[in-house]
Unconditional design. Structure first.
Length: 453
């Protein structure tokens, strides 16, 4: 068994001549795998202490009873992460080196986190309404700055890791990251149960801040190779010198039917994610549990993510990102079914087992799928468009979820989440996947219009 694991890691960290990888990428490959793994270990550790799916909704529930507000916790972070990306795609495309730009945005991403401990400490001295307002502002900034950082980060990942190794590298690094998430969840459970509110949350948030900056220090050690010339045919659409070129966006949408299908399918799945904000809150309410149970849910979530990333790392480069996404969506449906049927706590843990494997598959598969939708020169534009146009739906999801909970109750809201997810899965099946080992497709130029006599 040990020898098999050793062989797997050796193959993951090795670049063979037959892989046809640029020399610069191969030279820094092992180094970049290590520093990005350390980055994710610290990042996931921090994320477990202020998880947007478990701890933050429960924290918000101490300030308000509104299902709509609670549903906003993950939604505004995720929407903030997705929406800005299209608007900086031009800046990223024009930048010959992605890493220096990415470092600047990564610093901005971490600035809002500095204020979370202070907010928790201020709760005894301010009204709940004021605390809730500041919480929503900080969560929004957390998402927006994260979104500004995301596109340069994705471009760095696409540059330093070749397509033939991405699934394995992303999977392995996230296995270690999720492992640290389990450690962070255990610490969160102790802190939330042993310390008095709100100092328990303040302590957890402070530890997370330290971990976030250790994450940045690790990421900054990436070594970006020189970009190799693209030898594939060029399309009629070119990267724009403009920061925001709506003409280019419209041209790509008009020509690329595969991208349009992806956008429709992913939008449906985002509507299907409306139930994610209520998993911990509903479980605690349904089974009469204490707040620190949210940390245990987080631990189960991260532990199952370890299993998920290990499986996806082993299978990803063989089955392709689209199949990973579709399997992951089906697991989310299973998770929601368990939510509706669980009567005891040990069964409810299965919600986060399936959700953790689902999240790991979506995190790995969706990123790889979007990276492969367009040719290299237009990759930042494709990434930005895909994230912004689909992420906008995330702002609608909590509105719909909150209305359904208040008017019809939790079961109907979770049922609607299942329906949208199944619809998105069926549509995702119509998205063309890139066969393993083939070059990225190019955007076919539109046929010339006949001249009028």
């Amino acid at each position: 068994m040990f020898n098999r694991v050793k062989l797997f890691f050796y193959r993951t960290l090795s670049i063979k001549p037959s892989d046809n990888v640029p020399e610069g990428v191969a030279r820094y490959f092992k180094h970049n795998v290590i520093v990005n793994t350390l980055d994710l270990m610290f990042f996931f550790f921090a994320d477990s202490l202020w998880s947007i799916n478990t701890i933050m909704p429960v924290f918000a529930a101490t300030l308000t009873d509104s299902p709509f507000i609670i549903g906003l916790m993950p939604a505004i972070v995720n929407a903030g992460w997705f929406i800005p990306q299209m608007f900086i795609s031009g800046v990223v495309s024009r930048s010959p080196k992605k890493l220096p730009l990415s470092r600047k945005f990564a610093i901005a991403e971490r600035l809002p986190y500095l204020f979370f401990p202070a907010l928790a400490l201020a709760i005894p001295h301010i009204s709940k309404a004021t605390a809730l307002t500041f919480l929503l502002i900080l969560m929004s900034l957390r998402g927006i700055f994260g979104g500004l950082s995301a596109l340069p980060w994705q471009e760095v990942m696409a540059t330093v890791f070749p397509i033939s190794h991405r699934a394995r590298v992303f999977g392995i690094s996230r296995v270690f990251g999720q492992s640290m998430g389990v450690v962070g969840s255990a610490i969160a459970a102790v802190v939330l149960s042993r310390l008095q509110y709100p100092y328990n949350y303040a302590t957890g948030f402070f530890i997370a801040v330290i971990a976030q900056w250790l994450s940045f220090a690790s990421y900054s050690q990436n070594r970006e190779p020189e970009r190799a010339p693209v030898n594939t045919p060029t399309s009629e659409a070119k990267p724009s010198p403009k920061a925001v070129d709506f003409h280019l966006f419209g041209d790509i949408l008009r020509r690329d039917g595969n991208l349009r299908m992806y956008l429709i399918a992913r939008s449906a799945t985002f509507l299907g994610s409306m139930g994610s904000a209520f998993l911990a809150v509903y479980g605690i309410h349904k089974l009469a549990l204490s707040d620190e149970q949210a940390a245990i849910f987080t631990g189960v979530l991260f532990a199952s993510g370890i299993l998920g990333y290990a499986v996806w790392a082993a299978l990803g480069d063989k089955i392709g990102p689209k199949r990973i996404v579709m399997i992951s969506l089906f697991l989310w449906v299973i998770s929601l079914v368990v939510v509706l049927t669980a009567k005891v706590i040990w069964v409810y843990y299965l919600v986060f087992v399936f959700y953790g494997i689902h999240s790991s598959g979506m995190g790995l598969g969706d990123l790889a799928l979007v990276m492969e939708l367009g040719e290299e020169d237009l990759r930042p534009t494709y990434l930005g468009m895909a994230r912004t146009l689909t992420g906008s739906v995330l702002l609608l999801a909590p509105v719909l979820a909150g209305w359904l909970v208040e008017s019809r109750g939790y079961p109907l809201m979770f049922a609607a989440s299942i329906a949208f997810t199944l619809l998105g899965t069926l549509l995702m099946n119509r998205v063309r996947d890139v066969p393993r080992g083939l070059a990225l497709p190019v955007l076919t130029p539109a046929p010339a219009m006949p001249k009028e006599e």
